[in-house]
Design a protein around this ligand. Structure first.
Ligand code: HEC
Length: 123
């Protein structure tokens, strides 16, 4: 995905907050990130994201964060910007049934912020 989803550039500082925030991206639940050492309980379900900005291009990172299931067949990683084809609708991570606010887990701009942050992660 080469194009910015929101049409605007991402903000890496905001992206860093989303990645470590348990009610937003909560990426650390599954990924170890050395740069987020102040956030407790990093998971090991996914690979460490240290160096992700060297392994992947910005376009690839956008594809992974927006729709991991498209990048990795059968991935456990949630698709954070999927707007159709939900199999089990539920309000993201809350265990509650879907309501009118059901939609992508992150907004287009939040995806851009996360991608901007990921590109800064070097080994
Ligand atoms: C439920 C667990 C889970 C969550 C939550 C999760 N991921 Fe992942 N992620 C994975 C797994 C598992 C993989 C490995 C690919 C696969 O599915 O085989 C992965 C792969 C990746 C990769 C590629 C890894 C590499 O080789 O560098 C990136 C980048 C990534 N995730 C970013 C994120 C970001 C950013 C978030 C938060 C917005 C996030 N992930 C949230 C499970 C998760």
């Amino acid at each position: 995905m080469a194009q910015s989803l929101s049409g605007a550039a991402g903000d890496a500082t905001r992206g860093r907050e989303i990645v470590g925030n348990k009610s937003l991206g909560n990426c650390v639940a599954c990924h170890m990130i050395s740069d987020q050492a102040e956030v407790p309980f990093h998971g090991e379900i996914g690979p460490p994201l240290d160096g992700a900005g060297e392994r992947w291009s910005e376009a690839e990172l956008r594809g992974i964060v927006a729709n991991a299931k498209m990048m990795f067949d059968g991935s456990m990683m949630p698709s954070f910007y999927k707007t159709e084809g939900f199999i089990r609708p539920g309000k993201a991570y809350t265990g509650k049934a879907a309501d009118d606010t059901f939609g992508p887990i992150l907004t287009a701009q939040q995806i851009e912020d996360v991608v901007a942050y990921l590109t800064t992660l070097k080994e």
